[in-house]
Design a protein around this ligand. Structure first.
Ligand SMILES: [Fe+2]
Ligand SMILES: [Fe+2]
Length: 318
């Protein structure tokens, strides 16, 4: 009660009222961007200086929470030593970071295309540029993490790499924001389990904490824009967004963990991939990671019609 009466609380209430009055004049799109710009001012990081990159990795600590490792709870997992399991978590953390960079680079291009025709002095464009600056720092941070983990650089190859090129070149605006949310929300759910976990390497906790804080703004921006786009866009675009989102879900779900990680820790890649794909626990984990997203996409009409078959095929939807 006392806190509510303090001068600090008075100032906070006055600032909130002033912001509300100022925002009253703005469109919904500009109001969202204004709030996100203010939050970015208050709470942004420089991973190069905010993380201790020189500290050695700690013996016996995981790189990913155990239950998020793709083989957890499979017959193969039961036969693996603790050391081998931790080693697999190291390679899977590097694979997730590699997929993160792949998609952030796609996203930067999608955002550039989105703002190309818009008023550069609008808050909506200023926020898009702020988000691109965040993603530049994130991709450098993930690249530095991969180097520190000492694993191969896992990147989507072949057809997946090519489909990423198609997406960033021809995606419609609602399609672009749907794909953005697909990657951001799935990684976000996993990272929210990672940074508070004391069994995890401190550097990985630091990286995931920074990412969760900054990505929560990106998710808000993409959700609000996608909601507007799905209401305003022509029917063919709505239809196309549904279809392409299902196919994007299949590609993205498969590209999170590179099948190459299994051979790196001495497992038979064919057997390991098979067991990961047929694992009930893995299926439940993927569905849990996408649940917030699929609920939202269902609400705004992206998850509808024949596209839901592809979503089920991706393993992200029950
Ligand atoms: Fe990011
Ligand atoms: Fe992001």
């Amino acid at each position: 009660m006392r806190a509510l009466e303090s001068p600090d609380a008075d100032r906070a209430v006055a600032a909130a009222t002033a912001m509300r009055d100022a925002l009253g004049e703005l469109t919904d799109r500009e109001q969202v961007a204004e709030r996100l710009l203010a939050a970015s001012d208050r709470h942004s990081f420089d991973p190069d200086t905010d993380l201790d990159w020189d500290a050695p990795l700690e013996e016996g600590k995981w790189f990913l929470p155990e239950r998020l490792v793709s083989l957890y709870d499979t017959p193969l997992w039961e036969r693996m030593s603790e050391q081998q399991r931790i080693e697999l978590s190291r390679h899977e953390a590097a694979s997730l970071a590699g997929a993160g960079i792949w998609f952030e680079i796609i996203l930067m291009q999608l955002l550039t295309r989105h703002i190309y025709d818009l008023d550069p002095t609008s808050r909506h464009v200023r926020y898009a540029l702020t988000e691109m600056a965040d993603e530049c720092r994130h991709s450098k941070m993930f690249a530095r993490l991969i180097q520190k983990l000492g694993t191969p650089v896992y990147r989507p190859t072949g057809l997946t790499h090519f489909l990423g090129r198609v997406l960033k070149t021809v995606a419609t605006t609602p399609g672009a924001f749907t794909a953005t949310l697909l990657v951001e929300e799935i990684l976000d759910q996993m990272q929210r389990q990672t940074f508070p976990d004391e069994t995890i390497q401190p550097l990985v906790r630091g990286v995931t904490r920074i990412h969760v804080v900054e990505e929560s703004r990106h998710v808000r921006y993409a959700r609000e824009e996608l909601r507007r786009q799905m209401t305003d866009c022509p029917a063919w675009e709505r239809h196309w967004t549904r279809l392409s989102s299902g196919e994007a879900a299949v590609v993205i779900a498969r590209s999170l963990i590179s099948p190459r990680v299994y051979a790196e820790v001495g497992l038979n890649p064919k057997v390991a991939l098979e067991q990961a794909r047929s694992s009930e626990h893995r299926r439940a984990t993927l569905q849990w990671s996408a649940q917030r997203l699929t609920t939202f996409l269902d609400e705004i009409g992206v998850l509808a019609g024949p596209a839901t078959r592809a979503w089920r095929r991706s393993g992200l939807l029950a």
